[in-house]
Design a protein around this ligand. Structure first.
Ligand code: UD1
Length: 430
């Protein structure tokens, strides 16, 4: 198993190119199931989760090519995927594939919409709470499908196709909003989705669906109106920049000090975290190329955050912000309201010398003057990168174990950080 070794203390200076967003690329790839024509996606990040989804889609009969080769056969450099679901040969998504990545459960909607049936294993993914799928089932039922859960599988049927419906979400869910959109575009009649999630990745998928011939109005708002169409066609789309990767490197630069340009970043998709970052004393410059983050010697001020659905502070940046606050000059409070078990990084940060106390859904982070390198373990995707941020500022050597969590969501992390002067190295094997 790979490990990442960080020798802390170097400031970051230079340019980091921001990749396409994982959380947009995955649902975009899944939308390809809705058409027999080819969907071409540019700027797809080379991540383990993307490769896993390719396998899952392949199981349904989807053909995926990149730069004239089959995806995964070009040394990981390909960024453009041509996805063709000409014939769907299997409507079952089995446990061994779906259990590794929660987003793969989202094939449910498109499979029923196009094929009238689907059998999808209940999902896995990061261990950050119970993560039910009740809202996904609500969507399918509101659109006229019957859903049964049997032996760990959701079996959904709509023999005569889905029908438009009125969906009001009792709770904001990114995945369930994607599911509703992907199912409703091919339903007979009109659908209204209220209390929809407004994360930028949902807007990105909705725009791609409209390029494919869907009729979605209200994109980027909490109410989406969809007029069902009988078929969708192929299209070409570029995946939006990853705001979580952007925020992560912004916090890395803030943690170490220095001057880093996050090239290609979209400031408009992470205004809340950027404003909070400014309140810590960091200079944030939004320009034509992206976002520039600077900190020169000034102490980090403590700032309180509460995670919330978009446009609030993203839960996917909570761990990283906590990493940053471990060295603030004072005490900050971090409340997690989206997932109930998303503080697993606390005990690992403590191994580096952080002083953090948990009170239910709130972490009290008392800033310390120094962190010291240690062996730490990645527990989930975003938690693992908070350890990288802390390790970059810790004295001595930090060894991050279970790096596979990181590889699910961060493309070429060690290369991007090293290019800016960090001492970060991947060690292969155990
Ligand atoms: C997506 C993101 C993930 C991010 C999360 C919240 C992707 C691939 N993943 O995950 O990175 O952390 O949004 O921004 O885009 N819930 C239910 N019932 C359901 C579905 C969800 O109760 O049927 C709850 C969840 O347990 C959680 C909350 O709703 O408490 C939000 O979850 P959701 O927005 O659905 O997260 P994901 O779509 O899984």
């Amino acid at each position: 198993m790979d490990r990442i070794r960080i020798r802390g203390g170097n400031r970051l200076n230079g340019t980091i190119d921001i990749s396409g967003a994982k959380n947009a690329a995955l649902p975009l790839m899944i939308t390809a199931l809705l058409t027999p024509e080819t969907l071409t996606l540019h700027n797809v990040p080379r991540l383990v989760d993307v490769l896993r989804l390719q396998k899952i889609l392949g199981n349904h009969g989807v053909d995926i090519m990149t730069a004239g080769k089959r995806a995964g056969q070009n040394g990981g450099a390909g960024e453009t995927l041509r996805i063709s679901a000409k014939t769907i040969v299997d409507t079952t998504a089995p446990y061994d594939l779906v259990s590794k990545m929660r987003a793969s459960f989202w094939v449910l909607g498109p499979l029923i919409a196009r094929m009238g049936e689907a059998k999808v294993s209940l999902p896995g993914g990061c261990a950050i709470g119970t993560r039910p799928v009740d809202l996904h089932l609500l969507v399918m039922e509101k659109l006229g499908a019957t859903c049964d859960v049997e032996q760990g599988y959701v079996i959904a049927r709509a023999k005569h196709g889905l029908k438009g419906g009125h969906i009001t979400f009792p709770k904001v869910s990114v995945g369930a909003t994607h599911a509703a959109l992907m199912a409703a575009v091919l339903a007979h009649g009109d659908t209204i989705i209220e209390n929809a999630a407004t994360e930028p990745e949902i807007g990105d998928v909705a725009e791609c669906l409209n390029k494919m011939g869907a009729k979605i109005e209200g994109i980027h708002t909490k109410t989406l109106r969809i007029t069902g169409v009988t078929s969708l066609k192929g299209a070409e789309h570029t995946v939006i920049a990853d705001r979580i990767e952007t925020g992560t490197y912004a916090m890395s630069a803030a943690m170490t000090g220095g001057d880093v340009l996050l090239r290609g970043a979209r400031a408009d998709t992470l205004e809340n975290p950027l404003l909070l970052l400014e309140r810590t004393g960091v200079t944030v410059e939004r320009n034509n190329e992206g976002i520039r983050i600077k900190r020169n010697g000034s102490a980090l001020q403590p700032v309180d955050i509460i995670t919330d659905p978009y446009p609030g502070f993203p839960t996917d940046l909570q761990a990283q912000f906590m990493g940053l606050m471990t060295m603030a000059k004072g005490t900050s409070h971090i409340r997690e309201t989206i997932f109930e078990n998303r503080f697993m990084h606390v005990q690992e940060l403590a191994r580096l010398g952080a002083d953090i106390h948990l009170h239910g859904d709130m972490a009290e982070v008392r800033g310390v003057k120094k962190l010291t390198g240690a062996d730490v373990m990645a527990t989930d995707l975003r938690a693992s990168v908070s350890l990288v941020i802390a390790g970059l500022a810790a004295e001595g050597e930090t060894m991050l174990h279970r790096v596979y969590h990181l590889d699910r969501g961060f493309e070429a992390l060690e290369d991007k950080l090293s290019a800016c002067g960090a001492d970060v190295e991947r060690l292969s094997g155990s």
